[in-house]
Unconditional design. Sequence first.
Length: 319
Amino acid sequence: MNIQEIRQSISEFYKENENYVAETKSPVKGKPYIMGIGANTFFVSDGESSFLIDAYATRNCFRLPIKFGKSMLFADVESKPQNVEEIYKAIGAPAFSHIVCTHNHIDHTMDLRAFYDLCYKYNGTKPKIVGTLSSVNTALGYGVPEEDTMVVHRKKSGFDSIEIGKFKITFLPGKHLKLFAFYKSTYQRKPLKNKGFITAYKEGGVLDFFIEHENMENVLLTSSFGIGEYELSKPVGTLVQAIGGAGKERKTFVKQLYKHNAIDTNAGRVLVSHYDDFFQPLSKGLHFINVSPKLIETMRNEDKEKPVGLLKLYEKIEL
């Protein structure tokens, strides 16, 4: 599928949920932008420096059909480089210098090697893979050379950070929403061996990203529906808030999270992300994954002046 075909395929989803889609604008030259390509994977660029946040574009990672539920954790899964390449080519096969990982679940790191190889194939550059030890060990398990990786740590103070051109990314101690009891936050201390099971991808701690750039307001990007263990002293222009799997969260918790991430940071707007069923191929359109768009109504009701809406996938959105 090319970019026009993808946009056509997912257009019905956005038409059905038009009241929940964020109002955004395309970037002007020199302004940083973000483009979501599904799940929590984003391409970020200012035209000079570019990086990928997370690495998952396989979409249907199951070898055999399976229903969503607890049984999926034991399903036979695989990265499908041909699927990743189709999506990568559709967005123009852009060069990027880094893949920066939020945490190590499959929908965030399964396609690290595929994106690493594709960037080299189409642009002749090998991106640096940055993340917690667990995420880096997934990259190593897929055969990425150690010299092309960088471990950062989840700290509650003295946060790690990196600079990519004019971008500065500070790694904050985020938290994941509650999962099944046997799939809690655990660590992957050695290179990944058993790539065929979802539970093999140990979370390794969640990182929220605080992204700064001289030509944009600050961005706070989350990868799950959890309340991070930090308080920000700098203002936030854009909050990118992940909501996947949050359908069973109580309204009181939703309000607590929104206060911490959006109200207390004085965020100018909220772009809701990580809402699509990333196990479905794009040819079947988009579908919510275990979450209701009414969650957005709850957020909007907490501060009626703050714009809140879905981050539209496969569109360049100015930051």
